[in-house]
Write a protein that binds this ligand. Structure first.
Ligand code: NI
Length: 185
């Protein structure tokens, strides 16, 4: 499955509202997910949404390995990263659980080289389907919840810089975090 070019901020295709998937388990959807997995691995991302490779469907994937499983010493994970299971999430619905908001640094494959401090709900429930139509229903918090909110925002044409409250907390990786490589989503 080919690695696909990731669209960058400024491309109008990142600003569309993506369409729901209506047919599960088909060849086309499975091929899309193959491309998305390969693209996410090649770019060392923690998540990827279909619109980021120009496919206007409500499909996201994400996966965060626990830090000790990471053999790449050069790629230090998010400092507060906890493991997030490899997930295919289609037609997601996010429900807020409480009003607690947390700010943390995010990066995005569509906004390469930059990082910003982004407020997100701390606790959410998310529901959706996998590629075969099996239901997913999870209640999560913290980093896992952040990754899901970041990826699902892509399905509504929202990139994380649009959510930054203090633009003084937006800048280049090398300046903000010298000597550290952090994954994007
Ligand atoms: Ni992103």
């Amino acid at each position: 499955m080919p690695v696909r070019p990731v669209l960058r901020m400024g491309d109008a295709r990142l600003l569309r509202r993506a369409e729901p998937v209506s047919h599960f388990g088909g060849e086309e959807l499975l091929a899309l997910l193959g491309d998305m997995r390969d693209t996410m691995q090649a770019t060392r991302g923690v998540g990827l949404a279909a619109p980021q490779i120009g496919v206007n469907l409500r499909v996201v994937i994400f996966s965060v390995r626990p830090p000790q499983a990471d053999r790449e010493k050069s790629a230090a994970r998010y400092p507060d990263a906890e493991a997030v299971p490899e997930t295919v999430l289609i037609n997601p619905v996010i429900t807020r659980l409480g009003d607690e908001i947390e700010e943390a640094w995010e990066g995005c494959l569509s906004v390469p080289g930059l990082r910003g401090l982004v407020p997100r709900l701390r606790n959410i429930r998310y529901q959706g389907c996998d590629e075969y139509g099996a239901l997913i229903d999870r209640t999560v918090s913290g980093f896992h919840a952040r990754v899901v909110q970041h990826e699902c925002d892509h399905l509504d044409g929202i990139l994380y810089p649009m959510r930054i409250r203090d633009m003084a907390k937006f800048g280049y990786n090398e300046e903000l975090f010298p000597g550290r490589t952090m994954p994007d989503a």
